[in-house]
Design a protein around this ligand. Structure first.
Ligand code: 5CA
Ligand code: ZN
Length: 412
């Protein structure tokens, strides 16, 4: 699938620090120092509605990972998916009397535009579920033959993964079985489906149904893939058996990332699938998670249509730490607009305090689990001093602009 257009990322003098990131599996901050290129897989949109600020915040988080890795001298291999076939897409298309393919194409096109406006560095591979179906079907067949999956004998052709197949199910989310059983049905799982070995076993392949799209699945028969196997297979095919970062919002901690890790680990015989499982906090509105199903959404495209500078949206979203669940408010946006204007004035000042110290400070904060509030505080201090007439370094305003462009994605 086509990705979006990138922007040039300016090079900074010297080299950034190695990135330490919080890993949900180990429940702590650990160095992420890929030996060669850093490999990252990020769970992308299910395109049944426009990009909202929650999606944007998650995409910005992983954009920062990419920027910090690059600045530390690591090339990056980055893959993102589009879940362009799944129940929510079909349900929305049916509700609106629209062709699901047209809906998916339109919303994916809008997402690309939003990503470009927000200056998100595009993934090397942007991959749809539909185009991956032959590969996914192959891998489901392997799991079936291997005894890690089973077909229900109710004539539907549905295939499930046996969560006991890796012997370590649960290590990624660190949830108790009770917690898993509670969350599973809220996030697309079907614990009560008759004939499953374990209520938590996730769907790998859904046999064809009347009135639903389906594709040839070889020995599996006609059908369509389950959600978790989609991400496992796309990541394995394009990034290899082990990846540095598996990313997404914290709504994917369980079951999505737990199940895709288990699928990948059983297929490769290696664990863990990802060195770091990185989860961005949920952006909410009026105290509730922003989600398509709740309908409490602020769309990036709406703000852009209202002539809000995408750089202010970006600044507002990174003013909180990526891991914390946080709320979008008008005040947050106003504060970001004011900060952006102040930074622009400071970048146009004739001189400022030491540019080298500013750069070192921003690098230091970002390398510490992407501490953007800390990085913004460093930049604010520099900007305030430049605006109060500090004259130490005439090169500093230019370096300030390059620093926030390269490391924070904020073009002044
Ligand atoms: N297609 C699947 C992932 S394979 C999916 O979750 N799609 S999504 O459209 O619901 O979300 C796209 C990305 O945005 C995911 O990484 C998800 O975790 C993240 N996300 C969804 N809602 C929010 C929110 N309110 N705040 C922050 N991130 C969010
Ligand atoms: Zn995913």
């Amino acid at each position: 699938m086509e990705s979006w257009a990138g922007h040039e990322v300016p090079r900074l003098p010297g080299r950034g620090k190695p990135l330490a990131l919080y890993d949900s599996a180990r429940q702590g901050v650990h160095p992420s120092e890929p030996a060669d290129a850093g490999s990252m897989y990020v769970c992308g949109i299910t395109p049944y509605d426009a990009t909202h600020l929650g999606h944007a915040a998650t995409m910005i988080t992983f954009d920062l990972v990419q920027r910090v890795w690059r600045d530390a001298g690591r090339p990056v291999r980055y893959v993102q998916n589009v879940t362009d076939i799944d129940d929510p897409l079909l349900e929305r298309a049916a509700r609106d009397g629209e062709d699901w393919v047209v809906l998916a194409m339109r919303e994916t096109a809008l997402f690309r535009e939003d990503m470009e406006a927000l200056r998100i560095i595009p993934p090397e591979h942007y991959v749809g579920a539909v185009e991956s179906i032959p590969d996914i079907a192959d891998k489901v067949e392997v799991l079936l033959k291997d005894g890690a999956a089973y077909r229900l004998d109710d004539g539907t052709g549905d295939v499930y993964f046996d969560i006991s197949a890796t012997g370590r199910f649960g290590y990624e989310s660190n949830l108790t079985r009770e917690q898993m059983l509670e969350i599973f049905p809220e996030r697309g799982g079907d614990p009560d489906r008759a004939g499953k070995r374990d209520p938590l076993d996730p769907l790998l392949w859904r046999g064809a149904r009347e009135g639903e799209p389906s594709w040839p699945g070889g020995e599996l028969g006609e059908g369509r893939p389950g959600w978790h196997i989609e991400c496992a297979v796309i990541a394995l095919n394009l990034l290899g058996d082990r990846i540095d970062v598996q990313g997404g919002g914290n709504d994917l901690l369980f079951p999505h990332h737990e199940a895709s890790a288990a699928h990948a680990e059983r297929l490769t015989g290696q664990a863990p699938f990802a060195e770091h499982y990185v989860h961005a906090g949920m952006i909410g509105l009026d105290g509730e998670k922003m989600s398509k199903s709740r309908g409490n959404l602020v769309f990036v495209s709406r703000l852009r249509a209202d002539k809000v500078d995408p750089m202010a949206i970006r600044l507002a979203l990174i003013s909180g730490h990526y891991r914390s669940d946080r709320t979008w408010t008008d005040e947050l946006l106003t504060a970001a607009q004011e900060r952006l204007a102040r930074w622009r004035r400071a970048a146009a000042a004739p001189a400022g305090p030491s540019g080298a110290e500013l750069l070192a400070g921003v690098r230091e904060r970002l390398a510490d689990d992407l501490d953007t509030p800390g990085a913004l505080a460093v930049a604010d201090r520099w900007a305030d001093a430049a605006l109060s007439g500090a004259t130490d370094d005439p090169e500093a305003p230019a370096l300030f602009a390059t620093t926030v462009d390269a490391l924070l994605g904020i073009r002044l």
